[in-house]
Design a protein around this ligand. Sequence first.
Ligand SMILES: Nc1ncnc2c1ncn2[C@@H]1O[C@H](COP(=O)(O)OP(=O)(O)O)[C@@H](O)[C@H]1O
Ligand SMILES: [Mg+2]
Length: 109
Amino acid sequence: MFRKTWRWVGQFRRSNKNIGIHWPFIPEHLKLLCDDISYQLSHNTYELDEIAVRFHYRLVVIHPFANGNGRHARLITDEFLISLKKQHFLGASGRKRMYIEPLECGKNI
Ligand SMILES: Nc1ncnc2c1ncn2[C@@H]1O[C@H](COP(=O)(O)OP(=O)(O)O)[C@@H](O)[C@H]1O
Ligand SMILES: [Mg+2]
């Protein structure tokens, strides 16, 4: 994912997909997401697990890359929780059905 798997590695997508926000807004929405998560952490807006779930969901909704967004969102959320709680993201076990259903039911959070 981070090396030579894809020529465009590390670059945001430049076309729309059937999931994900309109592509020119990706950088702006990632900044908003990071600012929101930072605020939620410093103000204890939600339990840490809920902040992580919201973070994961919004990353998937933004869908920054042409491919690998599911893997990216789980990996980054895993790192996020490990850095704060020394605990893995529940959905990161590779069992896709455990997280895809809640994603489909989600609203914009
Ligand atoms: N119907 C759906 N509702 C919500 N999220 C979805 C849906 N279908 C796919 N996704 C999200 O998009 C990801 C697939 O996007 P993709 O960029 O191909 O990632 P990957 O290549 O890592 O699987 C899924 O893992 C999931 O996170
Ligand atoms: Mg894919």
